[in-house]
Design a protein around this ligand. Structure first.
Ligand SMILES: [Zn+2]
Length: 316
């Protein structure tokens, strides 16, 4: 059983164990979260799924065999100038799970370099692991914008990524607030001590040092540009935002206001797993649904909804 994606998602009944190459491990996938990158249409049919959790069934590293593991999605060469500068996520020769030529994790078996496996603590459930990519992105974003230096930060969005960023950043800087449109999300913010405003009620005073855009708010780009101060920083947290919902980013405003645009992608998964293991995020409140791989088309529909929480696919 696996999913095939070529713009639309379909279920393929075949299931075959791949043959791991030298330095690779064979992982039996148990669950996999649908990430924002998995929703992009890409060339050619492929098995999507950047991130996966499973059991390592074969590896040259004996200690890993039989362990629950999480798969890091970027496979890097380790030898190019970017890898040597510590930017392995941006390796010049990188491959990414779920993008040609690498099949992703929405299937029963996956072959992946052993160095891409993170051994999981037994106490950490699959649901918490499913949030790790989002927590990792929040950690990475907070570092890139130096949120602990106390700038005024607004997060535009109602989806699970926005909620996780807001929680993580509020712990470091009480001036962080979330601007959304879904009232039921505000109840969560209140429970977590996160400041929040409705998008219709927020003044576009151009006074925020940093505005992050996730998804779930109509015309988020236009709103963000209205909130940010001249020479402020605009942070994009997902690939679909700039050209996605509603109006696109207006280059005239960016030039006129001298706004700095920052993209944020992969963060440190091991640090994220550590925060999740310490119970820093309320896992249940951040999950939309768990579905089986064979229910992939419904799961994709849910994950595409603008203010979706995390959707997880289970292998069986
Ligand atoms: Zn490299």
């Amino acid at each position: 059983m696996r999913l095939i994606f070529d713009g639309t998602v379909r279920v393929d009944e075949r299931s075959r164990a791949c043959e791991p190459a030298a330095g690779e491990a064979l992982v039996r996938i148990t669950s996999a979260p649908i990430d924002c990158w998995d929703l992009r249409s890409a060339d050619g049919p492929r098995v999507p799924g950047r991130f996966g959790v499973g059991v390592c069934e074969h590896a040259e590293t004996r200690e890993l065999v039989g362990r629950r593991v999480m798969i890091r999605p970027v496979i890097s060469c380790g030898g190019c100038d970017l890898c040597l500068r510590g930017l392995r996520e941006h390796c010049r020769d990188r491959q990414i799970m779920g993008e040609a030529p690498r099949d992703g994790c929405f299937q029963r078996w996956v072959c992946v370099p052993t160095e891409n496996l993170i051994a999981l603590p037994e106490s950490l459930g699959d649901e918490a692991c499913a949030l790790a990519p989002l927590v990792a992105r929040a950690i990475h974003a907070a570092r890139r914008i130096r949120v602990d230096a106390r700038p005024f930060v607004t997060i535009v969005g109602d989806d699970v990524q926005a909620l996780i960023c807001a929680q993580h950043m509020t712990r470091m800087n009480a001036a962080v607030r979330i601007v959304g449109q879904q009232r039921r999300r505000f109840e969560l913010c209140e429970r977590w001590g996160v400041r929040h405003r409705h998008a219709d009620e927020v003044g576009r005073r151009g006074d925020q040092d940093i505005v992050l855009i996730s998804s779930g708010v109509e015309d988020a780009c236009e709103l963000a540009v209205g909130l940010i101060r001249p020479r402020g920083r605009l942070v994009l947290l997902a690939p679909a935002i700039a050209g996605g919902q509603g109006k696109r980013l207006d280059p005239e405003r960016i030039v006129e206001q001298e706004i700095e645009v920052v993209g944020v992608d992969q963060g440190p998964l091991d640090e994220a797993l550590d925060l999740l293991a310490r119970g820093q995020f309320e896992t249940e409140a951040l999950l939309e649904r768990r579905l089986l791989i064979r229910e992939g088309p419904i799961a994709y529909e849910m994950a595409r909804a603008p203010a979706s929480l995390q959707v997880v696919l289970d292998a069986a």
